[in-house]
Ligand binder design. Structure first.
Ligand SMILES: [Zn+2]
Length: 443
């Protein structure tokens, strides 16, 4: 059978299972769970993978699921990924009343598209005619949130890193993977349906504690050290750095106060802040981060408060592999007009797939069919075929391109690929950027 016949077989299988694939996406949407807590979502993935006869490994990196589709003949390993977790957006009408979790980043679409590709490639038995194998990985905890909770998992030794892909890389789940791919939903303007070749910012994550001294806010404020004032001055200081951030680094610093005090008639002695420092390059992240730390410490200095900055490595910038983008673009063209595909995009948001893209050839197109901005109350799926079915088919077809004809395409992409980091360098980077900076009380 030639390559286009194999692709047709896979697409027919996906069409035959269209309702099933969409219902998986919708069921996950109705049961949103936050990172490292995706019990029901992981259970669903595991059940569906077993139903199509795949061997499943559960609880990889706490809640992750991996299913393997071995080929008839040895060859490169292609990983198709999807992310299990939701975000918190209490303003969204579909948000879980208790946790505030909602799939306003479209990760439910990713899982459905991954399942669609899995169904298509498995039931069509095309692997019999290809060289290599496919792994489907439902990855936990992409959203870098609930830093305190993840800190407790780390203390208990259940995780080392806050991002699911970081954890999986460290545990060796990408050691034998030659090419990785996944999609992300995005509200595309006009009639656009697909973006290929997008790149994104990396970041360092920060948990900050300002340590002051409590006193009666009415009768003896002069006896206290106001940690909230330290935090407010720190935020002002951060704003004063913004004109020094190089334009090309597209720096984003966006602190939030997660604890502003305990009760109103006591001068706040314990104030907490979280922030990211994002930039386009690792060097840009580093230099901006030093400025932000200086600004935070100066806030403490101004009022005589102590400062404790706990840094976590965040995610690396998202890199592209142009040959993979080209394959995906050609497959997407089977379903949309060429004018509906955008080439290249520059995101200031971040993805933990960026970490994967530093190590192996990685494909991360954005797919439309949704409306409203990510992480907002307006996000919704409006065109199920574009959102769920198109990426399932285009990813499965890209797998065929990679593994057809002795897997010559996958092999040549791998040969031409120069990783930005080795795994050892990567783990050293994570280690270097997990640190605590403490300035004890000055006043
Ligand atoms: Zn997101």
């Amino acid at each position: 059978m030639n390559k286009s016949q194999l692709k047709q077989r896979v697409c027919d299988a996906i069409d035959y299972n269209r309702e099933k694939i969409i219902s998986i996406g919708e069921e996950i949407f109705s049961n949103p769970e936050l990172g490292y807590k995706e019990i029901k979502t992981a259970g669903l993935v595991s059940r569906e993978m077993k139903k199509i006869g795949l061997e499943v490994e559960e609880n990889i990196a706490v809640t992750g699921v991996k299913a393997s589709l071995p080929g008839e003949r040895p060859g490169p390993v292609i990983a198709v990924l999807g992310e299990l977790d939701a975000i918190i957006c209490r303003e969204h009408e579909a948000a879980d009343k208790e946790t505030g979790a909602v799939h306003a980043c479209g990760h439910n679409v990713q899982i459905a598209a991954m399942m669609g590709a899995a169904i298509g490639l498995t039931v069509s038995k095309v692997l019999d005619e290809l060289d290599g194998s496919v792994e489907f990985m439902a990855v936990p905890a992409e959203e870098y949130v609930e830093l305190e909770y993840r800190g407790t998992l780390k203390e208990k030794g259940e995780i080392e890193y806050y991002g699911g892909k970081q954890e999986l890389i460290k545990r060796g789940y990408f050691d034998d993977v030659d090419v990785a791919m996944m999609i992300h939903s995005l509200n595309l303007q006009g009639d656009k349906k697909v973006i290929v070749g997008g790149t994104g910012n990396g970041f360092i994550g920060k948990n900050v504690q300002f340590i002051g001294k409590e006193s009666h806010a009415g009768s003896a404020p002069e006896m206290g050290v106001n940690a909230l004032n330290a935090a407010m001055i720190a935020i002002g200081n951060i704003h004063a750095q913004r004109e020094t951030f190089p334009d090309q680094e597209r720096v984003r610093v966006h602190p939030i106060i997660t604890k502003g005090g305990d009760i109103v008639n006591v001068v706040p002695a314990d104030v907490r802040m979280e922030t990211y420092v994002r930039a386009r390059t690792i060097e840009g992240i580093r230099t901006s981060n030093e400025k932000v730390n200086r600004a935070i410490i100066a806030g403490g200095y101004a009022v005589g408060a102590g400062v404790k900055i706990s840094e976590t490595p965040g995610y690396l910038p998202l890199l592209r592999t142009a040959e993979l983008d080209e394959l995906f673009r050609n497959n997407a063209k089977e379903f949309v007009d060429e004018s509906q595909i955008i080439e290249g995009a520059d995101f200031t948001g971040s993805f933990d797939f960026g970490d994967v893209s530093h190590l192996i050839p990685a494909l991360h197109p954005f797919i439309g069919g949704v409306e409203g901005n990510l992480h907002t109350r307006d996000f919704k799926i409006v065109d199920k075929d574009t959102a769920y079915i198109l990426p399932a088919k285009a990813m499965a077809m890209t797998v065929i391109d990679l593994l057809f004809d002795g897997a010559s395409v996958a092999k040549s992409i791998k040969e031409n690929f120069k990783p930005a980091m080795t795994k050892e360098e990567y783990l050293a980077y994570l280690e270097e950027n997990s640190r605590i900076i403490e300035k004890s009380e000055i006043g």
